[in-house]
Ligand binder design. Structure first.
Ligand code: ZN
Length: 237
């Protein structure tokens, strides 16, 4: 069974709280979710309610997207503490951050928290190749999150996807999916110019959860369709 779902960030336009968002996702049949807590202050201040904990427990897979850049050793210590607290409270399967020049990666090793590193978008010059994934895994023990749209931005043929998938195999936590159009690099698949390419990429993802990261509206009909793309991409080629 392949688990599929959304990031809480997909509904950013709707001004809903996490509880409302998770309830909506459960109602339309999602079984995976990613909490977007990439704002540093929100990340450290966030205290999940009982309701939230119960809702999170209804998902088969829960990831947390933490803040992306971490610099000083004190910041890392605090980051690990918050990650541990939220992982335990929400039964999370991993905390994501981005590769960034100046990060004290070694301080994250052996923390006991499952940290995941994500491949970055077209504006980035680091954190973009399968070899880097391998390096982060072997050197620091990080798991990986593969963002299909980000792979596409560097290689619209998606030929490197196979290499990412072979290299990451055991350590791939989950995949991020979205598409792009003229105004947005994290669009719904319905609104994407590269939907065909992304869907073709999705057919190669077999055994890991897929999290949608594109903007969606609070319309069950359209949101369900986005889930269908993730769950059965073969139907749409
Ligand atoms: Zn990210």
């Amino acid at each position: 069974m392949k688990y599929v779902g959304f990031s809480t960030g997909c509904l950013y336009k709707e001004r809903m709280n996490f509880e409302e968002i998770l309830r909506f996702y459960l109602d339309i049949g999602a079984d995976a979710v990613e909490l977007s807590l990439s704002n540093l202050r929100n990340f450290h201040n966030y205290r999940p309610s009982k309701d939230m904990v119960n809702l999170a427990n209804n998902f088969e897979f829960v990831a947390i997207h933490g803040p992306v850049n971490i610099f000083s050793p004190e910041d890392v210590k605090k980051y690990i503490e918050t990650s541990r607290r939220l992982t335990e409270a929400l039964g999370s399967d991993g905390v994501i951050f981005h590769p960034h020049e100046g990060n004290n990666y070694h301080l994250f090793s052996n923390s006991g928290v499952k940290f995941l590193i994500e491949n970055l978008d077209g504006s980035s010059t680091i954190g973009i190749t399968p070899e880097e994934f391998k390096y982060f895994r072997e050197t620091y023990g990080f798991g990986c999150v593969l963002d299909l749209q980000h792979v596409y931005e560097h290689d619209s043929s998606l030929l490197t996807l196979d290499k990412f998938l072979t290299d990451a195999e055991k350590d791939l936590s989950h995949v991020h999916a979205s598409g792009c159009n003229e105004s947005c690099i994290h669009a719904s698949l319905r609104d994407s110019d590269n939907r065909t390419e992304i869907i073709r990429g999705l057919t190669k993802i077999k055994n890991v959860p897929i999290i949608h990261e594109g903007a969606i509206e609070k319309d069950p009909k359209f949101a369900k369709k986005e889930l269908e793309y993730l769950r059965e991409p073969e139907k749409f080629i």
